[in-house]
Design a protein around this ligand. Structure first.
Ligand SMILES: C[S@@+](CC[C@H](N)C(=O)[O-])C[C@H]1O[C@@H](n2cnc3c(N)ncnc32)[C@H](O)[C@@H]1O
Length: 463
């Protein structure tokens, strides 16, 4: 097991720091917020939902799945009335039985789901969302549904310093005074209190909609248990889930649910026992908002497919054409394998004509890599922050609302834009970095610093 340190990000969701990679997996400003603002909202799924029969999504670098979870939440929230509607859920139940009929052959099971539609003349047409999730790290994938993902900074705060929580909203301007009071009453938690006060105050703006629907955790858990079977809760994972200090980051009801399923076996459990158990779990945990929701109906909206291993191999194996691709790899200097011209070409070849690729990266090098692959390239605009927060690419020009400006295109044509190459998608990180170093040394392109200097001398400030 690799060594991770969980931490609360500024929107209350859990982030991971990896000691092995010496890197954070999630933005400290908010793992969920980032998933919503850089991936789900700009994906345009709202326009496709329930218009396209199937929406194919590729989540490259699934990690603990925030991007997939946020997307699923979006779909569930949009369909909430449909999901609650008995008629539709009856229809969906037919698909469950097709699914169960093939349970001896996992692959067939998946194919049959894939080919089904949930359309019927008498019912509302709901899109099926097929999500292919790729990640090299199996442990993370298994931890994925178990993270508490719906905490807000307020809730985090409330748990740790309940005694003074109520003071905040009305005494915003007296932050310092309350900080001092808190220190007197809770001397041992000094550092935590200060951090949390900052957290609370910094995040007044965080959009309350950016929550993960708790139902998503159960859906993911079910799918993973079908895929991983007995192998799901390893001793190492159990240890992380149950021992301090990490246990506070995990949802207890989900762990209970996972253990139950593992012990009794999903398929062996009689329907009555299972449904009683599920009833209790769901109603205990989802009762606030989803009292009347039909869990099975929601589950059938999604077909999740987990691909463990190097995404360079997984994508080559995939025969799907995607409408939406999330590329959430580590920074390009750390994970050059997933930013090369050749890997991006694979994405291009797997993208539908009106499909889009989204990434958090704003770098000239990555944008140039996309341009070299004949993508139309633009920026992701975040309304809340009033700034550009990532890059969007498509084969269809009309999908690009904020194209790169002249300055940004110019920057791509400097040495800063020199891309990575990974012939045959088989090089090591080191080899790819060395190859670029060679290209850089032998390049006749202008350096980015010279380019910026010339632009500013000419008074071109269209950054
Ligand atoms: C920035 S994190 C992604 C965070 C993730 N989207 C989430 O919501 O948790 C980068 C991920 O890339 C994965 N990764 C690194 N190299 C990979 C490779 N060659 N193929 C597939 N996944 C890889 C890591 O295991 C890690 O989970």
């Amino acid at each position: 097991m690799r060594d991770y340190e969980p931490y609360y990000t500024e929107d209350g969701s859990i982030g991971l720091y990896s000691f092995a990679d010496k890197d954070v997996y999630h933005s400290k400003f908010g793992a969920i917020t980032e998933a919503w603002e850089k991936f789900v909202l700009p994906s345009g799924i709202e326009k496709m939902l329930n218009k396209k029969q199937e929406i194919n999504v590729l989540d490259i670098c699934y990690g603990i799945g925030y991007n997939t979870k946020a997307l699923m939440s979006f779909v569930i929230n949009k369909n909430i009335n449909n999901i609650k509607n008995k008629k539709i859920s009856d229809k969906l139940r037919n698909i469950v039985s097709i699914y169960n009929n093939n349970k001896s052959d996992k692959k067939n099971k998946k194919i049959s789901l894939h080919n089904d539609t949930i359309h019927d003349n008498n019912t509302v047409n709901l899109s099926r969302i097929n999500i292919d999730c790729m990640d090299i790290n199996e442990e993370l994938l298994k931890l994925s549904p178990l993270f508490k993902t719906i905490k807000t900074p307020g809730e985090v705060y409330e748990e740790i310093v309940p005694g003074i929580f109520s003071c905040f909203d009305s005494y915003y301007k007296l932050k310092k005074i309350y900080e001092n009071i808190a220190r007197i009453f809770y001397p041992k938690n000094r550092k935590e209190i200060t951090e949390l006060l900052d957290l609370k105050f910094k995040n007044m703006h965080i959009n309350k909609e950016y929550k993960i629907n708790e139902l998503v955790n159960y859906i993911l858990l079910n799918k993973m248990q079908i895929d991983f079977n007995d192998n799901y809760l390893t001793d190492e994972i159990k240890k992380i889930l149950t021992e301090r200090p990490t246990s506070r980051f995990f949802a207890k009801s989900l762990i209970k649910y996972a253990k139950f399923n593992q012990f009794w076996g999903y398929n062996l459990t009689s329907n009555s026992i299972l449904s009683t158990f599920l009833h209790n779990i769901y109603y205990a945990t989802l009762s606030k908002r989803y009292k009347n929701i039909n869990f099975k109906a929601a589950e059938r909206l999604f077909n999740l497919n987990f691909n463990i291993g190097d995404a360079r191999k997984s994508i080559k194996r995939s025969k799907n054409t995607y409408n939406i691709v999330f590329l959430d790899a580590f920074a390009y200097t750390k994970a050059p394998q997933l930013w090369s011209v050749e890997f991006i070409k694979e994405i291009y070849d797997h993208l539908a004509d009106d499909g889009i690729l989204l990434t958090y990266s704003n770098s000239a090098q990555i944008r140039n890599t996309l341009l070299e692959n004949n993508f139309y390239v633009g920026k992701i605009y975040n309304k809340n922050a009033d700034k550009f927060v990532g890059t969007i690419a498509s084969k269809n020009k009309l999908k690009i609302k904020y194209p790169l400006n002249n300055y940004e295109i110019g920057l791509c044509n400097t040495t800063a834009g020199i891309p990575y190459h990974d012939p045959n998608l088989s090089y090591t990180n080191k080899e790819i970095l060395e190859l670029r170093e060679y290209d850089f040394k032998h390049s006749k392109l202008m350096s980015s610093s010279k380019y910026m200097k010339i632009r500013s001398l000419r008074g071109n400030n269209d950054k």
